[in-house]
Design a protein around this ligand. Structure first.
Ligand code: URA
Length: 240
């Protein structure tokens, strides 16, 4: 497949598309040994692209949706030798997770070797929805829901507006099941949001990322996202 040079460079994960354009215009990029300064220049994934003399790894792009099990870390390697999400996927390409789920969190996780796509999905301005189901210790009341919805101060920054639905309450056990939809991805965001209003998250599952849910995937199972799904995710973007 032919792609624009700046897209190939940013997809290799080394820089943004705008910076890649600057590198090309400054003559720091070579294709098959020749300097190319033309921005729209198209290359195949067989081309040898060098940025400042360093060869890019332009592999075919892959996109996976994994139903992450509990007890697996969302990194590419773990110093404590725990199982990682990478261990659950084919090993033929260097892929990495888009964002993080905690060790004890389950559910939808996208993994890819397309750096540009990963950055796009993670950027809060693109407002990609993430839907979580949380089991919490206690019963949420209307005021709690109001606070979560309108934003909570976490480390001096207010979380954006989000949607909160109380799905179930168990008065005997003093527990609730809550659906919460956010489009940011701050570290431990859901747990911290509940903690800030006095609740502990006992169990957490990411049910959906945009339109991608994990209903047909058992724990630990994955599937390949198809090109239609990838372009649909791009179309959802608010700021392309
Ligand atoms: N928020 C959390 O607190 N943990 C996760 O794993 C994901 C979102």
């Amino acid at each position: 497949m032919m792609e624009r040079l700046q897209k190939i460079i940013s997809a290799a994960g080394i820089t943004s598309r705008r910076k890649a354009e600057e590198l090309i215009q400054k003559g720091q990029v070579k294709v098959n040994g020749k300097v190319v300064t033309e921005l729209g220049y198209k290359v195949t994934d067989k081309a040898v692209v060098e940025v400042n003399g360093i060869k890019l790894n332009i592999e075919e792009k892959v996109y996976y949706l994994l139903n992450k099990p509990r007890g697996v870390v969302t990194t590419t390697s773990d110093e404590k030798k725990r199982q990682t999400v990478i261990d659950l996927l084919p090993k033929d390409k260097r892929i990495y997770p888009v964002g993080r789920l905690d060790y004890d969190t389950t559910g939808a996780l996208i993994l890819t070797n397309d750096g540009e796509f990963a950055n796009y999905l993670m950027h809060p301005s693109n407002e990609i929805e993430k839907v979580y189901i949380a089991k919490i210790n206690g019963i949420l009341n209307g005021e709690d829901i109001y606070k979560l919805t309108n934003g909570i101060m976490l480390d001096n920054v207010k979380t954006s507006r989000c949607r909160v639905k109380l799905l179930k309450k168990d008065r005997a056990k003093r527990q609730s099941i809550v659906e919460i939809t956010i489009h940011e991805g701050k570290n431990h965001q859901i747990k911290k949001m509940f903690e800030a209003i006095g609740f502990e998250v006992l169990k957490l599952k990411r049910e959906r990322i945009a339109f991608l849910n994990i209903r047909n995937l058992k724990s630990g199972e994955f599937r390949i996202l198809n090109p239609k799904e990838i372009s649909k995710l791009y179309v959802l973007s608010k700021h392309k």
